[in-house]
Design a protein. Structure first.
Length: 123
């Protein structure tokens, strides 16, 4: 039997409680905590400038840099100015048998670090 999801995805990318029975079973203190947490996530998402991949539309968790000649060899000209996540970029590079691993530079950004940077900007 397939379990019903208790959360649904909102247009702005956050999640809300969908199952009222779940919400009723959470005590008042937890309910207030989760509401504050969801409100904070919505606020962060609205103020967020985290890069989103133009191919798969997921948040880019590991940014990277490759030289222009490699980038232009891998990325389709119509997408040359789009953000690409590492996964989408390497998949396309591997499809074209382009060695992307020799000159790549990484700059990972965890969600916690990203949130902290947003909160510091608001102060």
């Amino acid at each position: 039997m397939k379990k019903k999801r208790i959360y649904k995805r909102l247009p702005d990318g956050c999640w809300s409680i969908e199952d009222e029975n779940f919400a009723k079973n959470v005590d008042k203190m937890n309910k207030e905590f989760y509401k504050k947490a969801f409100d904070l996530l919505i606020e962060i998402n609205q103020n967020s400038h985290r890069e989103i991949c133009g191919i798969c539309h997921r948040a880019v968790k590991v940014g990277f840099y490759v030289p222009d000649d490699i980038w232009k060899s891998v990325v389709h000209p119509s997408r040359i100015n789009d953000i690409h996540c590492l996964s989408c970029f390497t998949e396309r590079a591997d499809e074209k048998l382009i060695a992307w691993d020799r000159e790549i530079e990484f700059y990972p950004v965890s969600l916690k670090t990203h949130i902290e940077s947003i909160l510091k900007q608001d102060k």
